[in-house]
Ligand binder design. Structure first.
Ligand SMILES: C[S@@+](CC[C@H](N)C(=O)[O-])C[C@H]1O[C@@H](n2cnc3c(N)ncnc32)[C@H](O)[C@@H]1O
Length: 335
């Protein structure tokens, strides 16, 4: 085991002071860069602080957010196919999850693998220290003895670290349509980068939300309880708290659009009046009705999913769908 990686006993909250300062400076620079653009933008990866993680978990269980229920259906009814694919000839493997959140779906896979006495390590990679702490405290009780190696940081920087952990073959999970939080061009670049980090024969299971009734999609990101609105506004709160900003949350309103022609569902925060906001020593002006683009949640056709695999060095081996055929967990082998 590589000692530089935290073991399941370590607390990911205890980051070195220099890392915390570096992360905070990066957050500041990314926020200023985004808000200096036209139209203004904020990177959605910063949604996930402890409050953002909690709000996302509420979204997952909300009546309008069908994605979690669909993927859970796959991770309960299609487990025999999945475990057969992963266990292969029985050699040990590293199960690496990119952006696991609270492992709500992957836990079912891990339990099934453990039941079948598969030998594997679990390496969750997440930018949110809070979710890794949650994983670190809850998983050992649910799956005693399963080695957990949490990796706190960006996907590919941490995947390089994960690769040094062992010579085992790799199985990478990227669930919840995390890949949808990128433009189509960025998702191709993401798959190319993923391919570069893996070896022939390694496996990937990637969750994609499929195109469907446009009203259904828009509702999922504009839920009747207003949780998605709170989730978006929480990033302004985070900027106030961590970067000394002075956003007045009442000046901003959540808006969501879905374009069936492109499959792009987008979330915005619209400024309701002319306003200026200070972040540390920088002043940013907003015109009435000017918006900040917060997040894309891209929807895919099955052809686009296959195309992402075939154009970037993977071979599709199986497409596992839920009973409604709204969501697919695509299983790819690295060529
Ligand atoms: C939409 S949530 C999905 C969680 C989980 N995959 C699921 O299906 O429930 C996205 C997760 O990815 C993490 N994340 C987002 N961008 C990331 C990045 N660039 N690097 C590492 N983790 C990231 C977030 O902190 C969050 O836990």
């Amino acid at each position: 085991m590589n000692n530089s990686i935290c073991s399941s006993q370590s607390n990911v909250k205890n980051l070195p002071k220099e890392t915390v300062a570096k992360n905070s400076q990066q957050f500041y620079e990314d926020v200023l860069e985004g808000l200096s653009q036209y139209p203004k933008k904020l990177p959605s990866k910063y949604f996930y602080n402890a409050a953002g993680d909690r709000l996302f978990q509420q979204i997952m269980h909300s009546a309008d957010y069908y994605l979690t229920r669909c993927e859970l259906d796959i991770f309960t009814t299609r487990l025999p196919e999945m475990t057969k694919l992963l266990i292969k000839e029985g050699t040990p493997f590293d199960l690496i999850e990119l952006g696991p959140g609270d492992c709500y779906k992957s836990i079912h896979l891990m339990k099934a693998l453990t039941k079948q006495q598969a030998t594997f390590n679990y390496l969750p990679i997440d930018i949110s220290g809070a979710v890794l702490d949650l994983i670190n405290t809850t998983l050992p009780a649910l799956l005693p003895g399963m080695p957990i190696i949490p990796l706190h940081g960006e996907y590919f920087r941490m995947l390089s670290k994960a690769n040094k952990h062992s010579a085992n073959r790799k199985v990478v999970l990227c669930l919840g349509s995390n890949i949808g939080n990128m433009s189509m061009m960025e998702s191709h670049a993401f798959c190319q980068d993923l391919r570069r980090h893996l070896d022939p024969g390694d496996l990937v299971i990637m969750g994609f939300d499929l195109v469907k009734n446009p009203n259904m999609i828009r509702m999922a990101y504009n839920d009747r309880d207003g949780i998605t609105s709170q989730f978006n506004l929480n990033l302004l709160k985070r900027i106030n708290h961590e970067l000394g900003g002075n956003f007045n949350l009442d000046d901003f309103e959540h808006y969501c659009s879905y374009e069936p022609e492109t499959g792009a569902c987008k979330s915005f925060l619209v400024c309701l009046e002319d306003r200026t906001v200070r972040i540390r020593d920088t002043t940013i002006s907003f015109k009435k009705n000017e918006y900040i683009w917060m997040e894309i949640s891209q929807k895919f056709t099955q052809e686009q999913v296959d195309d992402l695999a075939l154009k970037n060095g993977f071979k599709p081996v199986s497409n596992l769908m839920d009973s409604k055929q709204w969501f697919v967990d695509a299983c790819w082998v690295v060529l």
